[in-house]
Design a protein around this ligand. Sequence first.
Ligand code: HEM
Length: 417
Amino acid sequence: MPFDTRTFSFSNTDLVVDPYPAYAQIREREPIHYSTMYGGSWLLFSYEDAVALLRDPRLTNNRATLPIKALPEHQRGEFDEFVAFLHTWTAFREGEQHTMRRARLNSVFRALTPTRVTEVAQQVTDRLIDSWEGREKVDLVKDFARPLPAMMLTSLIGAPQHDHAQLDHWSDQLAYLFGTSALTAEDVRRAWDGAQELMTYLEALAAELTGPGNHGMLGELLTTGGPGYDFSVAEACAQCVLMLFAGIEPSRHLIGNAMMALHRFPDQRGLLRNDPRLWPAAIEEFMRFDPPVQYIGRLAAESFDYRGHRIERGQPVLPYIGSANRDPKQFVDPDILDIRRRGRHLSFSEGVHRCIGAGLVRTQTTVALRTLLTRIPDLEVCTDPAPHWNAYVGFHGLQSLTVSVPNITPAAMTTAR
Ligand code: HEM
């Protein structure tokens, strides 16, 4: 596929389905690429540059304004309140303000023991698979990958399980904002509406979480006097909005992308069947091979020269981790799925903003995929209808994936637990 760097745009449908050949071309020719995205940004395609600049203090994650930058200047003022809300997220703070907030978030994640996460993941996974009784085919995205992380996080946050579809809907409205640069004012309005409705819901929930007992992640966030920063009720709820948005969307794509990868490389599925000890390494390889988050956003905090390019203060710098993970200078035969591979992918980012939910994702995805393939060993991806991919690549994943589900083994009889 000829690749035109002047029109580098990820609303191009060929690139959305399979961006990797285009990445390979541009990484070879012009690994540091100036694009008109967001009114002028630097896109990084090599592993080396992605790591170097993700760790570089001259770049900042204080980028709550980034989605709004995609709009014409005269429309931006309408969203000042929304930008102020995004600025309360730990993800968009820097320096000490980030460290203090992250320390409190870390304590919340520490309270989530692997046993608790495994238990919730197993319940949710089995419940979803049990509901397929009598069916020959299911949509693995709609009937599994999509609801699973929302059900997990609803439980872990401390909200009633039956509200998961509503929470998912609101967080979905936000996710679109961070998956593409082709935004309209209407898209931003929808995201802000979703965020406000989610905040109203969470603040009502917070008001009910009183007295001793386990009140989930929201309860932990509201606890004062622990390590790091004491969040106000509104700030604690805003961190839950962040975690729902940051957690649900990529986790669901990881499950779908991993299934597609195993479909393309059936020998690797055979290896997993023969040796379940390979699961942890397999999850890392699924993350490397087809990462749900394809690029990360940063802004230049100051003007500086980098490898012969002048990066001006305020310009977005976007490391394409989807490309970095396939850099042949870093990984041998990068376009091959090899679950015995070793090496550090960038799919959870690098540096101080590295994903805080990585442990949760690893446990959740292992339980989900392992249970799926243990309870339905003959599960196969169907080619009719063909898998349908997301329309934007920021969050790279499937909208639907039909699979056949013959001979579902009852939960109690499998050894995946
Ligand atoms: C497959 C699933 C996931 C992927 C691929 C993923 C990926 C990422 C990436 C690439 C970043 C770094 C962004 C940056 O450097 O600016 C990040 C940050 C973050 N992630 Fe995840 N994530 C996943 C799941 C989760 C889950 C389940 C949660 C929480 C429940 C979560 C919470 C966060 C938070 C709070 C941050 C911001 C951390 C900070 O700035 O200090 N993520 N994630």
